[in-house]
Write a protein that binds this ligand. Structure first.
Ligand code: ADP
Ligand code: MG
Length: 395
């Protein structure tokens, strides 16, 4: 992969695909980790006299303009972190984007509005996506891919634009790939992967491949309930991926066949509803009442999981163990994070919400070997898949 050092950027418009997909509460950014991680590449380019046009997505507006997913608050925060103003274009490839791009002086930085306001960004139709990529490419002369959290997406700004412009990989992508390589090339064993979170259907797909690589797979968070149900237990109103029960039964059999230890919660915090102050109690994972939903792993599971991490030599963790937005249900995630910090292991945390949880819980970031900005992207890398956004930068 070419790095930005290989590009002659002075006086040229450089489109930087960053990952600025941060959690928001209204228009307040609750964790700016991904913005911080994007700063070094932007600073380096601007410092060399580039006219930097940053593009990124936020949330899932699904091809329509939705003010609650505007990147405007991110532009303000990016400006603070860069220590220089960031011009904000109120559209992606329209009049505002074009005039903003054209108006940039050497060393100036602009941010375009949310890429996913445009249906072309995520379109599965190569032509539709290609046409939008063409419009994006017209804004600039060079392209830098630095949005690691999105490299597993075959999206216009990630996959198609680098085909149209001379390109290079930004420093964040280079650093992320270096760490993940260590996990794929002869990881020290026992190698444990901990999975949780809510994007169950996204993440179930990675399990089949991981079963061939890891010694132990620990499952918590919203994903665990599909496993519990697949084993025949009642999960009440817990998050459940009904259409993937057969697939999950297959994983359980496959793990057994391959000698991979599959670790599931033995108890959960069962709540009366999805709320911060919902009444709740710890119940065995085999006895979740029909009118309750599991919002965190329980105390016995915390201990079980801690034991499964204590002797690990390599750990990759993606996805909170419970609803970390609610203090009452963040204990499981804290326990797993603390176990990783205590373990004498090469430990990597990946995923926007997982990384944000570490910071929100006030845990030391340097307690981990690496905190990745990408969840899905890291997982797919670990599976050994070709990631569209990395492949596009290789050519
Ligand atoms: P990451 O961003 O780290 O990849 P995800 O986006 O997959 O993680 O998942 C994070 C979300 O998972 C959080 O918003 C959290 O509330 C949710 N979550 C975790 N456990 C549960 C659960 N038991 N029920 C519902 N949501 C859950
Ligand atoms: Mg997430």
């Amino acid at each position: 992969m070419r790095t930005i050092d290989s590009l002659d950027v002075k006086g040229r418009r450089v489109l930087v695909r960053a990952d600025l997909n941060v959690p928001l509460d209204g228009d307040t950014i609750t964790d700016d980790g991904r913005i911080r991680a994007s700063v070094p590449t932007i600073t380096a380019l601007a410092g060399r006299g580039a006219r930097v046009i940053v593009c990124a997505h936020l949330g899932r507006p699904k091809g329509k303009v939705a003010p609650e997913f505007s990147l405007a608050p991110v532009a303000a925060r990016l400006g603070e972190l860069l220590g220089r103003p960031v011009k904000f274009a109120s559209d992606v490839v329209g009049d505002s984007a074009r005039s903003t791009a054209e108006g940039l002086a050497d060393g100036e930085v602009a941010l375009l509005e949310n890429l996913r306001f445009e249906p072309g960004e995520e379109s599965k139709d190569d032509e539709v996506r290609g046409a939008f990529a063409g419009e994006l490419a017209e804004l600039a002369e060079l392209y830098v891919g630095d949005g690691f959290g999105a490299v597993h997406r075959k999206h216009a700004s990630v996959y198609d634009v680098p085909k149209l412009l001379p390109h290079a990989a930004g420093g964040l992508i280079v650093a992320e790939v270096e760490v993940l390589k260590k996990l794929t090339e002869e990881p020290a064993r026992p190698y444990v992967v901990v999975l949780g979170g809510a994007k169950v259907s996204d993440k179930l797909g990675v399990i089949a491949n991981l079963l061939g690589k890891v010694d132990r797979l620990v499952i918590g968070g919203g994903m665990a309930y599909t496993f519990l149900k697949a084993q025949g237990y009642e999960v009440g109103n817990s998050l459940l991926q009904e259409d993937q029960l057969d697939q999950v039964r297959g994983f359980i059999a496959e793990a057994d066949k391959r000698g991979v230890e599959l670790v599931l919660p033995v108890d959960v915090l069962a709540a009366t509803g999805f709320a911060e102050d919902a009444e709740h109690e710890a119940v065995d994972a085999t006895a979740i009442p029909a009118d309750r939903e599991g919002l965190d792993i329980g105390p016995k599971s915390r201990e079980l999981f801690a034991g499964k991490l204590a002797d690990a030599a390599t750990v990759f963790w993606n996805g909170p163990m419970g609803v970390i937005e609610f203090d009452a249900f963040s204990g499981g995630t804290r326990a797993v994070a603390e176990s990783l910090i205590a373990a004498d292991a090469f430990s990597v945390v990946g995923g926007g919400d997982s990384a944000a949880a570490v910071r929100k819980l006030g845990l030391p970031e340097d307690g981990f070997s690496h905190i990745s900005t990408g969840g899905g992207a890291s997982l797919e890398y670990l599976e050994g898949k070709t990631l569209p956004g990395l492949a596009a930068l290789e050519d």
